[in-house]
Design a protein around this ligand. Structure first.
Ligand code: JD8
Length: 280
């Protein structure tokens, strides 16, 4: 997979040189190219922004530098290995982080991981002149993505998040000891549950031990305990995921535990929180 990032803060993407993504680059599994948007400016101040039409706060990123940058990057893909060679031009998907984008989810990470080439356009200021997105949407698949319901100062942090979530899904990037197959939120997972607690040596730390079941060597009981803990954690931190749980993946122990946690089994087998007690 090839990833291009166009930014006014190339140094913000330094973390792509370390850890999982850095190792994947060193192994040749990822080709990451970071570009300084100002390389496509031509004035003495390397201007990338201007005041918004219609007034309002802040500045908007000018379309010209983005257009020149994206054209040059797209053009650089012509003749690259894997461009089909049948004359079909290899085109990237354009990923634009924005608070007004579609939520970034594991399913979207899986979708992006299937693409051979992503170009990220993290903006700053109030965002990029809309005509840039409209221009490239005529040629490319454009993903406008938000990494969460909070406001950042720019899109670079989102690029780091999206890149890590996508890179770990690429074949061979995770070591044999790790797998994304049973991640929380992995599509088709037994249930979209949060991870339960994990423990390692020493068996006693300060005045704290290890849940006995994890020392029992009884794999069935351990699996049951882990699933129960995942349900407890999900019920507490993400009740919306319990309400979304597919009844078909719940066994009778799951149902008993959910009832114990205060969940009400609804017609059809889903679970909902009982409503507030109604005064007689
Ligand atoms: C890109 C500029 C800042 C946004 C005025 C604050 C993503 N989940 C997310 N939250 N925020 C962003 C994000 C914020 C950005 C840019 C992404 C470019 N800003 C702007 C509009 C209001 N300031 C994001 N992914």
């Amino acid at each position: 997979m090839r990833l291009d990032v166009v930014t006014i803060f190339p140094e913000y993407l330094e973390p792509l040189n370390v850890s999982l993504v850095g190792k994947a680059r060193a192994r040749g599994q990822l080709d990451v190219r970071v570009h300084d948007l100002r390389a496509w400016t031509h004035d003495r101040h390397n201007t990338v922004d201007d005041t918004p039409y219609g007034g309002g706060p802040g500045m908007v990123m000018k379309p010209e530098p983005w257009g020149e940058a994206l054209d040059e990057i797209i053009e650089s893909g012509v003749g690259e290995p894997g461009d089909g060679g049948d004359g079909a031009v290899k085109l990237p998907a354009l990923v634009v982080p924005t608070p007004s984008g579609r939520p970034f989810t594991q399913a979207l990470a899986v979708e992006l991981a299937e693409r051979p080439w992503l170009v990220f356009a993290p903006a700053r200021y109030e965002g990029i002149d809309r005509r840039v997105i409209d221009e490239y949407a005529e040629r490319l698949d454009v993903y406008e993505i938000s990494i969460g319901d909070y406001v950042l100062a720019g899109g670079e942090a989102a690029v780091l998040v999206i890149t890590e979530a996508v890179a770990r899904l690429l074949p061979g990037v995770l070591g044999n000891a790790e797998s994304h197959r049973d991640d929380s939120f992995a599509p088709g997972a037994m249930a979209d549950l949060l991870e339960g607690p994990v423990y390692t040596k020493p068996p006693q730390w300060r005045d704290r031990g290890i849940p006995e079941v994890l020392l029992s060597g009884h794999h069935g009981k351990i699996a049951r305990w882990r699933r129960d803990e995942a349900f407890r954690r999900t019920s507490h931190n993400r009740p919306d995921l319990i309400e979304r749980c597919d009844p078909a993946v719940l066994d009778k122990y799951d149902r008993e535990l959910l009832a114990e946690l205060g969940w009400e089994e609804l017609p059809g087998g889903r679970f909902g929180r009982p409503g507030p007690a109604v005064e007689e």
